[in-house]
Design a protein around this ligand. Sequence first.
Ligand code: SF4
Ligand code: SF4
Length: 367
Amino acid sequence: MSNVYFTNFVSKGHNDSIYNKINKIYSVCCIDKILQEGDITAVKIHFGEKGNTAYINPTYVKQIIDKVSEKSVYPFLTDTNTLYSGERNNSVKHIRTAIENGFAYSVVNAPIIIADGINGKNYAEETVELKHFKKVKIAGEIYNSNSMVVLSHFKGHEIAGFGGAIKNLAMGCAPQIGKKEQHSTLKPLTKPSRCTGCRQCEKVCNHNAISVKEKVKIDKDKCTGCGECILACKNGAIKMNWKTDIDEFLERMAEYAYGAVKNKKGKVAYINFIMNVTPLCDCCSWSGIPIVNDVGIAASFDPVALDQASYDLVNKQQGNKMSDLESNYEPGEDKFKGLNSEINAQHIMEYSEKIGLGTRKYNLIII
Ligand code: SF4
Ligand code: SF4
């Protein structure tokens, strides 16, 4: 059983600010035991797509950076370039977007280094010898860092069901080619009868896989399964193919997550911000209405226990009927199933436990 430390957002005065809660959970969880003087420490985060506003507030990140820096280490904020078009698919655009979203040095007290290089080609191979992959590709500067603090915004996700610490390791620490390997089983379906020929999907496909003459057509050989076109089509003419194996996609992510931390035994800590629990991920250039009220902050050294506890904490809440939740509004009901009944989102935690990334059994320590 792994310990998961948790603080909610109930405040009873100025000593109870979210800043104080972050400092407290960092100290009570003893996160600095993963750090050694002189470490170059990756602080893994998602900076948010341009237009998204639900990502972790940079002023919260500053609290963590200041705590980490007390141990005489060299922290840097990091993420990897995206597979899809947008404002983070090369390092120049990525850093520019991060700064525009508030992650300037003057705010966060740490530099930004995009871990897979200017064009996503900087990576190392890690041997995992698992069911789907013998080796996985991990972004070079994450692989090379001595220790890592993984900050994750816990929320829904259009394909994975939810996004938390495991997904942040899996997709978040992989270069573009590694992201492709994880997505490779997913190919969207088209419904030409709904297509108006507007060509929005063609514009967002970074892989030249879409052609629209009168109606949309997808070249399955070129398609990486990134899912960007599904989000772009407002007419429902491109859909996820739920018959493709979503479970296998989740297993592929779990194997990548395992590989991302394999060379850092005892050197990684995880903090989930269970707030702004939006239906979709922060890669979207918008943020929907949260499905539940803000829940709190949880921390652990076990990403599986942390995600399981975060998942359960969200499900204990009353669902928001103004949000995209379609069912399961009552406390105790599965909110992520209420967002998308086709996805067995908990499979990623089951499989992560099976391969030894962590355990789903947790001891929730409320501070
Ligand atoms: S975005 Fe949708 S409606 Fe527009 S061309 Fe693509 S598939 Fe057709
Ligand atoms: S066609 Fe494939 S590669 Fe292109 S945006 Fe859609 S899912 Fe991504």
